[in-house]
Ligand binder design. Structure first.
Ligand code: CO
Length: 469
């Protein structure tokens, strides 16, 4: 099959002005983000990239017959995706990178239309995840998601994206709240409802959605519809060193993981690109990190290779997982919000995240393993801790470990304005993670715990063995 072999090591030299390769991969990232207004669309975009690279689609409802030297992918709920490459049946373990497909947003409720004094029609929405409210106001918005349509063949789902400037959430004028700049508490039921139109806009949204789905309005049984920011991503900064775009958390990681995955050449271990949904709301869904999705797929790979349950467990003991979810960079206007001695900056490398209470999975072993990967890939890394007097966010690594317990490290790319609907990150960092992912997916781990813990990370295609003892 085509596309399974690596496409060569991506080259990037830190400190150079946006070179051709860096520009190319970030332009691809911007196109990917533009096509991914929801987790459903992000998975559809990744499927298209995998199809183009010659991967075979699997369904969870079929029996799997898997072959050596082939690549496959499977989705769950249309919003989570796992792709893998099997180099051989007697593989050593799994090399996994897990990221997430969802981002905080405003979700449209059922019976959404609210008439205001017979003059306006606005939409009833609720928050999905921990969003920054202010950036959603005073900018063109539209609607994307999926609908469930009744057909003669049963219920089918269709992706919808209304590709036009459709909605706006207007701020209240400062003259009506003179103290607004001293701090404002947003009320989601009052302040965040988008305006659809004048009185004639009644039932307008359903008509647009039905037309987009190619269905009759009465056949749309249900829907998961989200607002999305219409402002496209762009490169900013004197040397275009920053990417500003929606959904960088966490689609920048998902995209870089996939680029590295496509370019990887697995040797002894199965390479697993895993993108889960619902991280922003606690991961507790059938397609989230707390679900069995990853475990089910790894077990089925093991069974399809004709291996025993015990061999599944030996494979897990020789595996490594990277939980990749974007990290906070030092903020240029509020540098004191960060830890005094661990200072991640944009474009200075992949951020390894630590937390003594294990909100992040990183420990000395997994941190050392990931640093070895970065050294093999010749990319820089940095370290992140929360200030000791501040609570940080959480992510999917430790949640996933309750289903599939692996040596796991938590990392991310440094960014600003996390959970805004328009975030800022670094163009070099996209390349750094793609390169590290390529090396990780091409590597294997041999681990032995015998009083001391010994790990060997090795790669056939990039042979720089590293030891931690
Ligand atoms: Co995230």
């Amino acid at each position: 099959m085509a596309g399974w072999a690596g496409k060569g090591i991506m080259k990037i030299v830190a400190g150079e002005r946006t070179d051709m390769e860096e520009r190319k991969i970030n332009q691809e990232l911007l196109d990917f983000l533009d096509g991914s207004p929801t987790s459903f669309h992000a998975v559809a975009e990744m499927k298209a990239m995998l199809d183009e690279a010659g991967f075979s689609k699997l369904s969870e409802s079929d029996l799997w017959k898997l072959e050596e030297n082939r690549g496959y992918y499977v989705t769950r709920n249309g919003s989570a995706l796992i792709a893998f490459k099997i180099p051989k049946r007697d593989f050593a373990g799994f090399q996994v990178i897990a990221s997430h497909s969802d981002s905080p947003a405003l979700k449209i409720k059922a019976n959404a239309e609210i008439a205001v004094e017979g003059k306006y029609v606005k939409l009833n929405v609720e928050k999905y995840g921990g969003l920054l409210c202010a950036p959603w106001l005073d900018r063109p918005l539209s609607v994307a998601g999926r609908v469930a349509v009744r057909t003669s063949a049963g219920i089918i789902t269709k992706l919808v994206k209304l590709d036009r400037d459709l909605l706006i959430i207007p701020s209240l004028a400062i003259h009506m709240n003179r103290k607004v700049n001293e701090g404002y508490e947003y009320n989601a039921q009052r302040d965040l409802l988008p305006l659809l139109g004048g009185s004639e806009a009644k039932e307008g949204l359903l008509k647009l959605i039905a037309a987009e789905a190619g269905a009759e309005a009465e056949d749309i049984l249900d829907a998961d519809l989200f607002l999305y920011n219409r402002m496209k991503g762009t490169m900013v900064g004197l040397n275009e060193e920053f990417i500003a775009a929606p959904h960088l958390d966490d689609l920048q990681c998902a995209f870089a993981s996939l680029k590295g995955f496509l370019a990887s050449v697995p040797g002894d271990s199965v390479a697993v690109h895993c993108v889960l949904d619902n991280e922003e709301v606690g991961s507790g869904t059938k397609q989230g990190a707390a679900s069995t999705f990853l475990r089910d797929v790894l077990q089925r790979i093991n069974y399809a290779a004709g291996r025993s349950d015990e061999q599944y467990l030996t494979a897990l003991a020789s595996s490594f997982m990277v939980s990749a979810d974007n990290a906070h960079s030092i903020h240029p206007n509020q540098p004191d919000k960060a830890d005094p001695t661990n200072r991640p900056y944009i474009n200075e490398g992949i951020v390894i995240k630590y937390s003594a209470n294990q909100k992040y999975t990183t420990d000395a072993i997994s941190g050392a393993m990931f640093k070895s990967i970065c050294r093999m890939a010749e990319v820089p890394y940095q370290t992140f801790f929360n200030r000791s007097d501040m609570l940080g966010g959480s992510t999917l690594g430790n949640i996933s470990n309750s289903q599939v317990a692996l040596n796991t490290v938590d990392i991310g790319l440094p960014q600003l304005a996390m959970h805004s609907c328009y975030e800022t990150a670094g163009s070099k960092d996209t390349v750094y993670l793609a390169k590290a992912a390529q090396v990780l997916f091409s590597s294997s781990v041999r681990a032995a715990e015998d009083g001391e813990y010994q790990i060997k990370m090795y790669s056939r295609s990039l042979s720089v063995p590293e030891f931690v003892k």
